[in-house]
Design a protein around this ligand. Structure first.
Ligand code: ATP
Length: 311
């Protein structure tokens, strides 16, 4: 299967680009991932009573509180919310890149481990190693101990999946931003993740490439049906890709973002981007985000910019 776009994968957002964390996220230190050639079964994710406070000069600052979320195996859940409300933090907790100060995160009923090998994380930047070819960058994601022949086969299959079979020998500087993102997605998939955590994976791409990437993600999900948690700022992207959209935000004066809305998105993917039903849901989400939707209704803007918290 081929398609035309991609994603990023990386490390903790608090330590961007650090080789160690990047290696963890790409699966090079994995121990429990499925062997190359096998597709890991998607696993359910449970976030129970999750809270996260960070130390600050003025004391502990509660970023998340009382987050309860059950995500079925193979489900795609999009997380929306104002900038700074804790979306990436929640994603990182689900992947074991961060620990909650309250509550428990589980994958398949078992506590999430630090840098959990059952998950792979994709971020906005592809973070490829510039001196390695595209295929060798993808190979970085293979579980440790993968036999050479099986690894080669797996990498070739993934490059084909993301439409990069003809670019296996290219260096990152020789491919477009969208192709680099596709490489990054293939690298994340190389570890056969049961759970794919994507943090604004298409955020740095132009509008057309972003639409192609969304289609690619659906193709990839059909071929490798991991459970997907997707953080996005794009309301339309959430409605196009997700089974459910979770809105994070603040309620009252209590510190810490909670789930303020859960929307089950109707219809089978790929969905009709122009449907009246999605337009209605878009309106509800924009209301939930506190955004004046008139600009969008007049066709001025379809990709919504979400406001920041005043941190
Ligand atoms: N390691 C950390 N130490 C201290 N504060 C942190 C840490 N990680 C995140 N935060 C703070 O937690 C809050 C939520 O951050 P987070 O990145 O999760 O938000 P977000 O909703 O993903 O934002 P954006 O949409 O802008 O990416 C921010 O105020 C951020 O500064």
């Amino acid at each position: 299967m081929t398609a035309a776009s991609a994603t990023a994968r990386a490390s903790s957002s608090s330590t961007p680009g650090t080789p160690a964390a990047g290696a963890q996220a790409s699966g090079t230190v994995s121990s429990g991932a499925a062997p190359a050639g096998a597709t890991a079964a998607a696993a359910p994710v449970s976030l129970r009573g999750i809270g996260r406070a960070f130390a600050s000069q003025s004391g502990a600052r509660q970023v998340l509180r009382d987050i309860d979320l059950e995500i079925a195996a193979g489900e795609i859940v999009a997380i929306l919310g104002p900038s700074g409300c804790g979306k990436s933090t929640l994603l990182r907790i689900a992947g074991g890149l961060d620990q909650p100060t309250q509550g428990t995160a589980l994958i398949d009923g078992e506590a999430v481990r630090p840098f959990d090998p059952r998950s792979a994380v994709g971020f906005q930047e592809p973070r490829l190693l510039p001196w390695r070819t595209i295929e060798n960058n993808v190979a970085l994601g293979l579980p440790r101990g993968t036999a050479k022949a099986a690894g080669r086969e797996q990498v070739a299959r993934l490059l084909d999946l993301v439409g990069l079979a003809d670019f296996a020998g290219h260096r990152p500087r020789e491919v477009s931003g969208g192709m680099a993102q596709r490489t990054s997605l293939a690298r994340a998939l190389a570890r056969n993740p049961a759970v794919l955590l994507l943090d604004e994976p298409f955020g740095a791409l132009d509008a057309l490439t972003r639409l192609k990437m969304q289609d690619l993600l659906l193709d990839v999900h059909a071929a490798e049906p991991a459970t997907v948690l997707l953080v996005t700022h794009d309301v339309d992207e959430a409605l196009q890709l997700a089974d459910r959209v979770i809105l994070l935000g603040h309620e009252g004066d209590t510190p810490g973002a909670v789930v303020t809305q859960t929307i089950v998105v109707p219809g089978h993917r790929p969905r009709d981007r122009g449907s009246a039903e999605l337009a209605e849901l878009r309106g509800r989400l924009l209301d939930g985000l506190g955004i004046d939707r008139h600009g969008s209704a007049r066709g001025i803007e379809t990709t919504t910019t979400i406001p920041h918290y005043p941190y």
